[in-house]
Design a protein around this ligand. Structure first.
Ligand SMILES: Cc1cc2nc3c(=O)[nH]c(=O)nc-3n(C[C@H](O)[C@H](O)[C@H](O)COP(=O)(O)OP(=O)(O)OC[C@H]3O[C@@H](n4cnc5c(N)ncnc54)[C@H](O)[C@@H]3O)c2cc1C
Length: 464
């Protein structure tokens, strides 16, 4: 009998199946370097048909498999925790159709998020969900994680912008989910698939909504001498009935890292925190909202509020914000980017507590996050070669998660559960809740081969 590797080579060609341990090293982790597992092989399919044929081979041989986009995930989602085959989808990167009349685009899953916005910008359109990793991450990875981004405060997450999917199910069948008009007909399997973290199959075609660029955009930078004041300003802006398109916070440790990097944006390094606030819409409403935001920030202790004068200044602020993780990555060998959501009003109480937790474990921490959504990203700088330090990082992360859950928060805002947060699932879900999720998963993947070891804790030798 032919081995499964030989069968994959017969489908894809020798060059597009790698199993040499040295070349596999590049696929041992995603953006979260804490979890490392070597896959048995990596393959590079170029079409849905190749994906489906390869999945059928692996299903027959009972070999686990998973999809990978750009590997920028921050929860260990694209890691082959049980070995098996990674489908690297970078070559499925064609924009198949752009339909301005119906304001949609059809793309392959390996299309890079920012490439889609660039492709439609000249015609006055954009693709709204904009993860800070948008220059690298793929739309397939965004669908799997239901990715967010700074502008999701106003425009909604990936799930609000995906109209239809072509999916290869874990037995190799190709199905269409959604895509038949605005209202879901039959069961909403599209909604179920988005955010399923690659455990229900592999998306091979994605239909997304395109948006018209707003008439006017203004970006403000407000700086504060305390994180609590900045947090109160966040709640006050939203409570005043203003919905900025983005409302982001960066603390001093993050500002210092950014200003020492190529992303330097002229941020004040003596501030305790800055807010980047963007408002967009019709010219007249933007003028009014800018005035109100400036007033509110001043009333909550802002030392200075400046409005970016032109597109170049605005782009510089966003480069600083979106490059913040990269800038933090420069100052230590490893970075643990955490992700949790809390009610926005709890920011002034929770942020100081998070700093106390980091101090108690002797860890260097920086916070840069989607403040308007209450979506926290505590970043812990550490050295993964020091096992004792790694244990402190894990203990601090657990305390942070417990704190967020205690104030009514959720375990993830956008990065997913993946491998990293499985142990926290029982903090929010009962055994019955988890059992219901495991049953849904088993409908899509009865053999448990599709991205196993993610999302749900394993008990009694099976996913929960
Ligand atoms: C610097 C930095 C900033 C970030 N900022 C944000 C942010 O603002 N908002 C945010 O939401 N995230 C952010 N992230 C996290 C990450 O970029 C997102 O989760 C992104 O959606 C992952 O896309 P990817 O192509 O890299 O997916 P990968 O990391 O390759 O995979 C992620 C998951 O998706 C699955 N998957 C990939 N492709 C498919 C497919 N075609 N079908 C089915 N499953 C698939 C994988 O199996 C895996 O479980 C950031 C990451 C970094 C490194």
């Amino acid at each position: 009998m032919m081995s499964w590797i030989a069968e994959l080579k017969a489908i894809l060609g020798d060059e597009d199946v790698i199993a040499d341990p040295e070349r596999l090293l590049a696929y041992e982790c995603d953006g979260l370097s804490l979890h490392k597992h070597l896959p048995s092989a990596v393959i590079f399919p170029e079409s849905a048909e190749e994906v489906a044929r390869a999945v059928k081979v692996l299903a027959r041989h009972r070999v686990p498999f998973l999809a990978r986009g750009a590997g920028t995930g921050l929860s260990g989602g694209a890691v082959a925790v049980q070995g098996g085959v990674i489908f690297e989808l970078a070559r499925m990167n064609r924009i198949l159709a752009i339909d301005y009349e119906n304001q949609l685009a059809v793309v392959e899953p390996g299309v890079i998020n920012l490439a889609l916005t660039r492709a439609v910008a000249e015609a006055g359109y954009f693709y709204a969900p904009d993860p800070s990793s948008q220059m690298a991450c793929t739309l397939g990875g965004n669908v799997a994680e239901n990715a967010g981004g700074p502008h999701c405060l106003k425009y909604g997450m990936t799930g609000h912008h995906v109209l239809g999917l072509e999916v290869v199910l874990p037995d190799g069948t190709i199905v269409m989910l959604g895509g038949h008009g605005a209202d879901a007909v039959g069961y909403d399997l599209l909604g179920l698939f988005i955010g399923s973290e690659g455990t229900f199959g592999i998306a091979t075609k994605i239909t997304v909504r395109l948006m018209r660029q707003p008439q006017a955009v203004k970006t403000l930078l407000a700086d504060f001498l305390s994180v609590e004041d900045a947090s109160r300003a966040v709640s006050a802006i939203i409570a005043a009935g203003i919905l900025p398109s983005a409302l982001e916070m960066m603390d001093r440790a993050t500002i210092e890292a950014v200003e020492a990097s190529v992303y330097a944006a002229g941020l004040p390094t003596d501030a305790a925190a800055v807010l980047i606030i963007e408002v967009d819409g019709l010219e007249a409403s933007v003028v009014y909202e800018v005035e109100r935001v400036v007033e509110i920030c001043r009333a909550h202790g802002a030392r200075q509020v400046v409005v970016a004068r032109d597109e170049a200044e605005r782009a510089r602020l966003w480069a600083g914000r979106k490059g913040a993780f990269g800038a933090l990555g420069r100052i230590s060998p490893d970075l643990m980017v955490q992700d949790a959501v809390i009610p926005r009003s709890k920011l002034p109480e929770v942020l100081p507590e998070i700093y106390r937790i980091a101090a108690r474990y002797g860890l260097r921490m920086a916070n840069v996050f989607h403040a308007g959504d209450g979506n926290l990203h505590p970043n812990i700088c550490f050295d993964g070669r020091d096992p004792e330090e790694v244990e402190r990082v894990k203990a601090a992360c657990r305390e942070i998660m417990e704190l967020c859950v205690r104030v009514g928060g959720a375990l993830t805002g956008e990065h997913g559960i993946g491998l990293d947060k499985i142990a926290y699932m029982p903090l929010v879900f009962t055994e019955d809740d988890l059992e219901a999720m495991a049953r849904v998963r088993a409908v899509f993947d009865p053999e448990g081969l599709c991205n196993p070891g993610k999302v749900l804790p394993v008990r009694r030798c099976r996913a929960f």
